[in-house]
Design a protein around this ligand. Sequence first.
Ligand SMILES: [Ca+2]
Length: 150
Amino acid sequence: MKGHIWLGSLAAGIALLVGSGGGAIAQSPAPAASAPEPQVINALPAVIQGTLQDGDAVLSSDNSLYDAYIFQGKAGDSVVIAMESNQFDTYLGVLDASGTVIGENDDSAQGVTNSRLEITLPRDGEYLVIANGFDRTSRGNYSLQISIKE
Ligand SMILES: [Ca+2]
């Protein structure tokens, strides 16, 4: 496990992104190292095919790449998030709208490098999913599934 430090390093920046609608970002000159804006997921369940590649956002704590996704959730929803790749070791995190880490997972089971989280949402609002690689060498195609458990 990478621990909470990696996501903690994200929290400040993410809090600015979540709920801003991108407006604040659009008005600022984009620094060369800025993270791409999160992709908004409009409906659940969602299955996303993504790629970690050069040019993606980079976690400063370990230089691993990540993509970010925002979805809307309701208090009490039991959300299942699964990230799978046969090309790299995945790492998954979820933050609430304030940038607080509410879940993270490296490997869903012993001997498996894919990631899975099941979280009961604490409140209505936006949540941010961080589709991350375990380390700086992690890149390639992945699938991300987000669904509400009945
Ligand atoms: Ca993993």
